[in-house]
Design a protein around this ligand. Structure first.
Ligand SMILES: C[S@@+](CC[C@H](N)C(=O)[O-])C[C@H]1O[C@@H](n2cnc3c(N)ncnc32)[C@H](O)[C@@H]1O
Length: 467
């Protein structure tokens, strides 16, 4: 199942903040700017109002990130915290569960920001320790959640290793890249349910060969940061035909006939800058092709994205990547757009799993983050709009599934295996828990008097009925 709501929402953003090719990309990809279903989204290359980025003084992304996590990173951490806890408990307590599960944080970072806010590996280590203790106590046998955090940067790894030390030998910080460690992990943890988090800056580490392996095991799942803005930027570099400097030079070298007397100063300097920009663009193009081919596993993505009108390309990238995750073994794919405090679409988290229960747990984690987010209210509302389902479609699915049945809204505590509407909605439709009130309102006419909430659904209408 690939959740459809985000896929159908499309046209909010265009090409690129790639400095080399920004203008030509905009030109090449230009087209009518259709209004998005979600109008609060800014383009990530627009500086937030009132805050101009000082020329030539760009802080490294990594340094800025770990000075203090931005509200949208903290929002992501709320999702991770809630999901890791649910994942450990659910896998540990399910019938037939083994004695060990594994969490791999493939781009782990420093462990915390400079203010001490926990990053993904610390959040995972803490959630793992709690779930491990609870599950062991409940089962009466030892249960272990191992955490492997991988980080390529030497300084980040040193900080990470120091912060993870108190968690003991179930939690390890490895230096390097996932591709250097994955074989060893596969050997060491055969048949072990594993959750991979791949949360890089940009798309480079998100390689198809690795993601395919991460999803290979029967109970494996992955939470991936898909940098859709980076994908658009790379695509822009690939299809760009002219840089801003080249255009300036072209205009200067061929003045408009209306002004034949116009003197162009510094034509040579313009030509030199144009040449440099051409070389830079060629390099960006080569690297963009390499990164996107590696992410998708082959070159077939390019004509598919090229065929899509510009305003729908971001959605097309996310849809195509989600379809690849299904080809690589996922049965459930949930797309989680993350918007930053200025209203800029930052990236899309994509959860690829092989179980309806995992899909449901991630929807609950996303709702938990939306309800407790440090982001401004309007940004939270915007993210809700982006993932919310079509309630009438959900109602139709419920009426079809439970035609002629009398069924409870919530689980029956006395018989948890008995079907109920709530579980069906979470596991088999696109709807999120934050939509429950609206859904219940929609279903009110089928409700029987009294408590708990029980519905009596009609039989399915046949074609004859409808006539
Ligand atoms: C966005 S940060 C990770 C943040 C972390 N997941 C968190 O939520 O706290 C990305 C980190 O991945 C590291 N990195 C980049 N490419 C990598 C690779 N191929 N393998 C491992 N780490 C990588 C960077 O050095 C950086 O520390």
């Amino acid at each position: 199942m690939i959740q459809e709501s985000l896929i159908s929402e499309s046209a909010e953003c265009d090409a690129s903040d790639l400095e080399l090719a920004a203008v030509s990309v905009a030109e090449v990809l230009s087209g009518a700017h259709t209004h998005a279903a979600v109008t609060c989204i800014r383009h990530s290359h627009d500086p937030p109002s009132g805050r101009q980025r000082p020329e030539g003084r760009r802080m490294s992304r990594s340094k800025g990130h770990f000075e203090e996590f931005k509200p949208h990173s903290k929002h992501k951490h709320l999702i991770l915290d809630c999901y890791f806890s649910a994942w450990g408990h659910k896998l540990g307590l399910r019938t037939g569960a083994g004695s060990t599960i594994l969490y791999v944080d493939a781009c782990a970072g420093r462990g915390a920001d400079e203010l001490g806010n926990h990053g993904s590996p610390l959040i995972a280590a803490r959630a793992a320790a709690i779930a491990q203790a609870n599950v062991s106590k409940h089962r009466g046998t030892p249960f272990r959640i191992e955490v492997v955090a991988i980080e390529v940067d030497r300084a980040h790894h040193a900080s990470l290793a120091r912060l993870l030390e108190p968690f003991g030998d179930a939690v390890r910080a490895l230096r390097g890249k996932l591709e250097e460690h994955i074989e060893q992990l596969e050997r060491q943890y055969p048949n072990t349910p594993t959750l991979y988090l791949i949360d890089p800056f940009g798309l480079d580490p998100l390689q198809a060969t690795l993601v395919r392996r991460a999803l290979a095991g029967e109970k494996h799942e992955a939470l991936l940061l898909f940098a859709d803005q980076a994908a658009l930027r790379h695509f822009g570099a690939i299809v760009a035909v002219e840089t801003r400097a080249e255009r300036r030079h072209r205009h200067a070298a061929h003045p408009l006939p209306l002004f034949p007397e116009l003197q162009v100063d510094g034509l040579e300097a313009l030509a030199e800058t144009a040449q440099e920009s051409r070389e830079a663009l060629e390099n960006a193009r080569i690297s963009a092709i390499r990164i996107l081919n590696a992410a998708f596993g082959d070159e077939a993505w390019l004509p598919q994205i090229e065929a899509i009108p510009q305003p729908a390309r971001r959605a097309a990238f996310i849809r195509l990547y989600s379809e690849h995750l299904v080809q690589w073994g996922a049965t459930h794919v949930l797309q989680i757009p993350i918007v930053d405090e200025s209203g800029t679409r930052a990236y899309t988290l994509i959860h690829a799993s092989k179980s309806a229960k995992a899909y449901r747990a991630m929807k609950e984690a996303v709702t938990h983050a939306l309800n407790n987010s440090p982001l401004p209210e309007e940004v939270v509302e915007c993210m809700k709009q982006m993932v919310r389902s079509n309630i009438e479609d959900v109602q139709d699915e419920i009426l079809h599934r439970f035609a002629s049945q009398t069924v409870r809204w919530a689980e029956d505590a006395g018989d948890r295996r008995r079907p109920c509407v709530r579980t069906f909605v979470l596991e088999e439709t696109n709807a999120f828990p934050f939509e429950f009130e609206e859904l219940k309102e929609q279903l009110r006419r089928f409700r029987m008097p009294g408590k708990p909430i029980i519905y009596k659904f009609p039989g399915e209408r046949t074609d004859v009925d409808q006539d």
